[in-house]
Design a protein around this ligand. Structure first.
Ligand SMILES: [Zn+2]
Length: 568
């Protein structure tokens, strides 16, 4: 796994892979909208679960003053308690240490769920917090949601975990994410995205997909496999369904298409921004100015690399300052109405980043893919200093991390190795939640846990009582994910929750690195992708060539990237 450390990574640059998606994305240049997450009556939960340690009210473990949010109480705080209380608590610490199993204390068949745990609220971590979900929406976030009238009849879950908004992947190329990493010839590094895309070995590596780039037969199971991996790792929304397909309405929420939160509001172009001519630019401007359904996000690959092929001229070209003799919308800036989403932006200097800030344009940081391909990445500290809205995205499995948790771990290690002190676990979590929501233009619906938001919610195992909860989130793997809700519906989680929460009749039991989970493959009924094993079988057939013509006998079934890397 390429997460581990950047030292390893830099060594890896000698022996590694490459690649973000570029021009090599099989997509049409413009994949527009069309193409291209009285209650007090605890009931029998305890009887269903073995009592390993004495249950105790979490409230006893510390106060809930928001001022203390960043310092979750730990055992040492208790020494001021009366002797008898202290003795009791000492016993609890010994016997009730984290992680603790979650418990369903009240089970009802309604569409209401009350989650209790450490809530990562917009104001900070809420110890002993509650999140009430009613249907598709969050009805309450706070300390006393159970007292609300709406909470009557809710299924109550003591998660003993960390409750977070679902993670948002701000940039990916989903259909490639059934493939393992690509290792460039001689483990070379590149200076920009236009170089590796021409490598024959790259083209050969991705051929099982690209040979059928226009066919749902390959695109659909490949994309769905990538979405399943994201779901298992706590991601609920992804940007990167390259183009509209009949199978996009499943898996996780797709920021680009059919996200069911508003109209499709995003356009994406994969090709070089220096290929945008005046007519194209005017067409984009018109779409941003549409009086009925204005496009609010325009995502482009910007300056992916640091030199060569004029990558350093891409930003100025996009801003209407391309002085070539061929017309390239000179004077017509596409840094327009705060729509621009600039993916990578490795080559942007401080002056250009200031312009990004001044135009309230957004940036997506993909450190793992950048480091693997180019040995350097975006000036993230300057971006944070300027206060630019920045999301995080692994890019794709061909050169980047396999999922958002992996990308957060990679970024944290990169920050340690490069003394980037402004990159903290909480900052990375914000990139992956509220900031990511801004980047993909869905900030009015997802990315924070607050009343009225759509219930895309993830619960992570709380490994220790003290310490930084944001760090605990980013150090999680799929087996540490206790529950994933999209639109208030459970799609993945502890097997204990399958009965109370799984609403579909085709949900499966799932072994996540030895942890017993359930998995419901989200689908809309119009496709056949109803189980993980079924999708896996289709992809192995593609990689092996089973049932395909002689020239497609790849014999590469072992190249199928598993849904979870249990070696982490
Ligand atoms: Zn990309």
């Amino acid at each position: 796994m390429r997460t581990t450390s950047i030292h390893l990574l830099l060594a890896l640059t000698l022996m590694t892979h490459a690649a973000c998606a570029v021009g090599p994305d099989p997509t049409p240049a413009d994949s527009n909208n069309g193409d291209g997450m009285d209650m007090g009556e605890d009931s029998g939960g305890e009887q269903d679960m073995p009592i390993i340690f004495p249950d105790f009210p979490l409230e006893d473990l510390g106060n809930n003053n928001p001022a203390d949010m960043n310092n979750p109480p730990d055992g040492e705080d208790m020494t001021t308690d009366p002797p008898d209380m202290r003795e009791e608590m000492d016993m609890m610490v010994v016997q009730g240490d984290f992680p603790k199993p979650l418990q369903v204390t009240s089970e009802n068949g309604s569409d209401k769920i009350l989650l209790r745990g450490l809530v990562l609220s917009p104001q900070g971590p809420l110890e002993n917090g509650e999140v009430l979900i009613e249907g598709s929406f969050i009805a309450c976030v706070g300390m006393d949601c159970a007292g609300r009238p709406e909470a009557t009849g809710a299924t109550i879950i003591e998660t003993h975990g960390i409750i977070s908004p679902g993670l948002i992947d701000s940039h990916n190329h989903l259909p490639y994410n059934f493939l393992k990493e690509w290792v460039p010839p001689n483990n070379q590094l590149y200076t920009n995205r236009y170089q590796w895309a021409d490598e024959q070995s790259y083209e050969d590596f991705v051929r099982p997909l690209t040979a059928y780039r226009s066919s749902n037969s390959h695109f659909c199971p490949a994309a769905r496999w990538g979405e399943l991996r994201s779901l298992l790792h706590g991601t609920t929304t992804m940007m990167g369904q390259s183009f509209s397909r009949s199978c996009t309405n499943g898996g996780v929420r797709n920021a680009d298409h059919e996200h069911e939160l508003q109209y499709d509001h995003m356009r994406t172009t994969i090709g070089s921004v220096r290929d945008i001519n005046t007519d194209d630019a005017q067409g984009y401007i018109d779409s941003f100015d549409d009086p009925i359904e204005p496009i609010t996000r325009f995502a482009v690959h910007m300056a992916e690399g640091f030199e060569g092929n004029n990558v350093e001229k891409e930003f100025d070209s996009f801003a209407g300052r391309d002085e070539r003799s061929i017309e390239r919308h000179q004077g017509l800036s596409l840094l327009y109405k705060e729509t621009a989403v600039l993916i990578h932006s490795v080559a942007l200097d401080a002056t250009q980043l200031q312009e990004v800030k001044d135009t309230n344009s957004k940036i997506v940081w993909s450190p793992s893919s950048n480091m693997v391909l180019y040995g350097r990445t975006t000036d993230i500290e300057k971006i944070l200093e300027l206060g630019i809205t920045v999301g995080l995205g692994p890019d794709w499995t061909i050169s980047g991390e396999d999922n958002m948790l992996g990308e957060m771990q990679f970024a944290m290690q990169w920050a340690r190795d490069n003394n980037a002190s402004s990159v903290t676990p909480r900052v990375l979590w914000e990139m992956a939640t509220n900031q990511g929501a801004e980047v993909v233009g869905l900030q009015e619906h997802i990315g924070v846990l607050s009343e009225g938001m759509t219930a895309d919610v993830v619960v992570f195992t709380r490994q220790t009582e003290g310490g930084d909860p944001y760090r605990q989130v980013l150090e999680s793997n799929a087996d540490d994910v206790r529950l994933v809700l999209i639109d208030g519906e459970a799609y993945y989680g502890e097997s204990t929750l399958k009965g109370p929460l799984a609403r579909r009749d085709d949900c499966e039991d799932y072994n996540a690195c030895g942890a017993s989970k359930f998995l419901c493959v989200r689908h809309d009924g119009s496709d056949d992708f109803t189980s993980s094993s079924m999708i896996e079988g289709l992809l192995i057939d593609i990689l092996e060539g089973n049932g395909y013509p002689p020239e497609e006998q790849y014999g590469r079934g072992e190249d199928l990237l598993p849904l979870i890397d249990c070696s982490r």
